[in-house]
Design a protein around this ligand. Structure first.
Ligand code: DGP
Length: 111
């Protein structure tokens, strides 16, 4: 089982529409919105709606989660028209990870 201990992050507030975010995609499991400090012409964050702190809190047996995260990344890359070339990046744990709410960076759109 994955650890779903409750966290209240800035991303939870975006999920609950308590603070604004430029939402690009949403389904039952993930929400995708623009990064506030973009490192690429297209830079979105694929955020788990379940408040997992980081990848290390997801059970290795939870194959569905790992697979669905990558499938959503592919889907959103296509949605944003960057499917030919993009970069996926994930910070795991402090100090690398700033926001302790599992998310995958999707970047692209370079000419
Ligand atoms: P990291 O946890 O280090 O993988 O990066 C967190 C990212 O989240 C960072 O690139 C900036 C972004 N970010 C932080 N606060 C907000 C926010 O309030 N809104 C949005 N859209 N992005 C945020």
């Amino acid at each position: 089982m994955s650890d779903t201990s409750s966290i209240d992050s800035i991303f939870t507030k975006i999920i609950k529409r308590e603070i604004p975010g430029k939402i690009q995609y949403e389904d039952d499991q993930f929400i995708v919105f623009n990064d506030i400090h973009p490192q690429a012409p297209v830079h979105v964050l694929i955020v788990s709606k379940e408040p997992h702190e980081s990848l290390e809190k997801i059970s290795t047996e939870d194959i569905h989660f790992h697979a669905e995260l990558l499938l959503v990344a592919r889907k959103v890359a296509k949605l944003l028209g960057i499917q030919k070339s993009y970069k996926l990046m994930m910070n795991v744990g402090a100090p690398a990870q700033e926001v302790m709410h599992l998310h995958l960076h999707l970047m692209g759109g370079w000419k």
